[in-house]
Design a protein around this ligand. Structure first.
Ligand code: SF4
Length: 347
């Protein structure tokens, strides 16, 4: 056996964290964990994983669920298209695979929201198919171990890393090998301050020997971040307020939010008066009783949100038919974006 692999596997057997999705070969549970962990760290991911399994103990139950319920359980993880794809994929398992989770990489990758990484993870962890997993942690670890200076965000370089992994994986149980590589990247070869002094492959590590750790892995592209100005209206009426369900495509599709007006730049009350009048049929000029700014950071967007608290005596005549009257305890039954929840928790 390759000596590097031997050291990594020995280390893994002694140091692996005890995680529920590692002690099962149920593809449904592994799939759930992988989709959730793309959005969050292990500790928070565990809570979501358990919550999903409590509510939907099988892929068939997930397929039958209301999308609103799934979005509500997903709340706080962000990137809601992953939750919608989870639902679509569960339905596809029922309709196209007779309710039985597909058991080969080539079939698994057909599921919505499942790319090469997730398909490799499920196929290897559940079915011992020899597909290496290549997530950010493994990219970093391999790029340092072999001092590879190819940008990891260029698609064409992915196959170079996969080839290295395939070679290392030979003759090893795919699930153990993949778990060990991921665990090394996550807990030892960390992005900042890697634990080189206790690393089992330090003597083989080319980046360590050539002092290039801080410049590995190489990334080319800078993420282009756009700034959006969102004005939300907390319209208080008889101890309650109004939320609306988003219908269009976008990051918060089908979630509930406070009535919204998006502007090109930071807005003043006067900028919003006309637009709000057409939305809720009142002149708001003198009715704003509180204003709160919150910033929300997403991978590709910075949201500069302003929340306008308005009190009205008469029920607004909304044009929007998706408007729902709720209050500060009832709204918790609806899936709302984290940003909206953060504001409501301040009230
Ligand atoms: Fe990563 Fe340091 Fe180990 Fe090299 S020696 S693989 S940089 S932890």
């Amino acid at each position: 056996m390759n000596q590097i692999v031997l050291e990594i596997l020995n280390w893994y057997h002694k140091n692996a964290r005890n995680l529920p999705w590692r002690v099962t070969n149920d593809p449904y549970k592994i799939w759930l964990s992988e989709i959730i962990l793309q959005q969050t760290q292990i500790i928070q991911g565990l809570t979501y994983y358990e919550k999903f399994l409590e509510n939907f103990s099988s892929v068939n139950k997930l397929a039958k669920a209301d999308e609103d319920r799934i979005l509500k359980l997903w709340q706080g993880l962000g990137y809601y298209s992953r939750a919608r794809n989870l639902h679509k994929a569960a339905k596809m398992v029922v309709t196209e695979f007779n309710g039985k989770f597909p058991n080969t990489y080539n079939e698994i990758i057909k599921l919505p929201g499942v790319g090469d990484y997730t398909a490799a993870a499920i196929a290897s962890f559940a079915f011992e198919e020899p597909y290496p997993v290549l997530d950010g942690n493994v990219f970093r670890f391999i790029s340092r171990l072999y001092n590879i200076d190819l940008p990891i965000d260029e698609q064409k370089n992915r196959k170079v890393f996969l080839e290295v992994l395939r070679e290392l994986m030979k003759d090893q149980p795919p699930s153990t090998f993949n778990n060990a590589m991921m665990e090394m990247g996550a807990t030892v070869c960390k992005p900042q301050n890697p634990l080189c002094s206790t690393c089992p492959v330090q003597s083989y590590c080319e980046a360590y020997n050539k002092d290039t750790i801080s410049i590995r892995p190489v990334k080319n592209k800078k993420v282009k971040v756009t700034v959006r100005h969102l004005n939300f209206f907390f319209i208080e009426y008889h101890n309650g307020f109004f939320i609306e369900q988003r219908t269009g495509k976008g990051i918060w599709q089908n979630l509930f939010q406070l009535p919204l007006i998006e502007t090109m730049a930071e807005a003043k009350t006067s900028d919003l008066t006309l637009q709000l009048k057409s939305l809720y049929n009142y002149n708001v000029k003198n009715k704003v009783i509180h204003q709160q700014s919150l910033r929300h950071l997403l991978t590709h967007q910075t949201i500069e949100a302003q929340f306008w608290h308005i009190k009205v005596e008469q029920k607004p005549l909304f044009i929007n038919k998706n408007m729902v009257f709720t209050n500060l305890s009832d709204y918790k039954n609806f899936a709302v974006p984290k940003l909206i929840e953060n504001y409501l928790l301040l009230l």
